[in-house]
Ligand binder design. Structure first.
Ligand code: NAP
Length: 309
């Protein structure tokens, strides 16, 4: 008899999200790990995968989801990073068999990180993609250094908040753009100054403050952020909208990549309270469409998860 599992995803690219009943993943290959999923993250990027604009290497019927946390139930013969019974978090892409919105998730051993015991599965699940994105942007793309002035545009989101807290952790003077409700939160995360994005003069104010490097997290606004930078500054955008190079600035496009060891380090910072991750709502796998709709409506910096329990 074939082993099946409950999951959520799409039966065609661009179609609605719904429950799926699929074959459970095969056993792990030498470098793979099978995870019993306790929670999986839901983000804007899942809508991009739903539309077929993020090629995860799987065609419908396709389980969505690229981040999860759970318990390791089997490991491949060459796996040394984790063992059966470990609590892990993972961002995986391209997908080995299917996505994370499921009871089981087959991933690469190099993609997983052990979760510190004080962290809950739902926070550990929803942390993987935004935290890796923030760190890869700040360290690899703009290479922010202590004492520099860093602008984070779109700081109110889940990834945005992590960019602010990590930028401050790396010693930058962080200028953040946020909504009126975000000033207190962003200041507590380490922003030296919060500029209201509803005031259209915020780019002028930022320019006057002297921006060395900047990260854009608002779709279509990298060009605007570029105007705030000093000549020779560094710009990264995470919303696929890099402007042309100008004034000694060569904008960099960032796409999150799996990295288990880096995720382990970042989970340590989450457990220590240095980084934030607030879970705003939990949905069952059967309600995955509602979870994604919630993300589309906006969550004001809180993360959304689906669980199979
Ligand atoms: N390239 C990658 O690998 C990658 C990885 C992760 C995320 N992303 C993308 O990066 C973007 C941000 O991610 P996220 O996780 O932070 O999203 P999110 O949690 O949905 O947050 C988006 C935030 O943007 C803020 N915002 C909306 N309009 C704004 C404006 N005009 N000016 C300034 N801020 C504005 C809102 O803040 P308020 O609540 O304060 O209004 C909102 O909370 C998304 O488009 C996501 O798809 C890309």
């Amino acid at each position: 008899m074939t082993d099946t599992m409950r999951a959520a995803g799409i039966s065609r690219f661009g179609g609605d999200v719904g429950p799926l009943e699929l074959d459970a993943p095969r056993g792990p290959g030498p470098d793979e790990v099978l995870v019993e999923v306790r929670a999986a993250g839901v983000g804007n990027w899942d809508d991009i995968a739903r539309n077929g604009e993020w090629d995860l290497g799987v065609r419908p019927p396709m389980v969505l989801g690229v981040e999860a946390a759970g318990v390791v139930t089997a490991v491949g013969s060459a796996v040394r990073e984790v063992a059966v019974g470990d609590r892990v978090s993972v961002h995986s892409a391209p997908l080995r068999t299917q996505g994370a919105w499921a009871e089981r998730f087959l991933v690469g051993a190099a993609e997983v990180a052990v979760v510190p015991e004080e962290l809950r599965f739902d926070a550990a699940a929803a942390f993987a993609v935004p935290a890796l994105t923030a760190d890869q942007t700040l360290r690899d793309a703009v290479d922010v250094r202590a004492g520099e002035t860093l602008l984070v545009h779109g700081a109110g989101g889940v990834t945005g908040r992590l960019l602010v807290a990590l930028g401050a952790h790396y010693g930058a003077r962080v200028i953040a753009t946020g909504g009126p409700a975000g000033v207190e939160t962003l200041t507590a995360l380490g922003a030296a100054q919060v500029l209201s994005y509803s005031d259209t003069s915020w780019p002028d104010t930022a320019r006057e403050l002297g921006v060395d490097c900047a990260v854009n997290a608002v779709p279509g606004q990298a060009e605007l952020v570029l105007t705030t930078l000093r000549d020779g500054g560094r710009l990264a955008t995470i919303t696929s909208d890099p402007p042309a190079a100008t004034r000694g600035i060569t904008p960099v496009e960032v796409y999150v990549a799996p990295d288990g060891p880096r995720l382990a380090r970042l989970l340590g910072l989450l457990a220590a309270g240095t980084l934030p991750l607030e879970v705003g709502a939990r949905y069952s796998l059967d309600q995955a469409a509602a979870a994604l709709a919630h993300v589309r409506r906006g969550t004001h910096g809180t993360a959304i998860v689906v669980t199979s329990q």
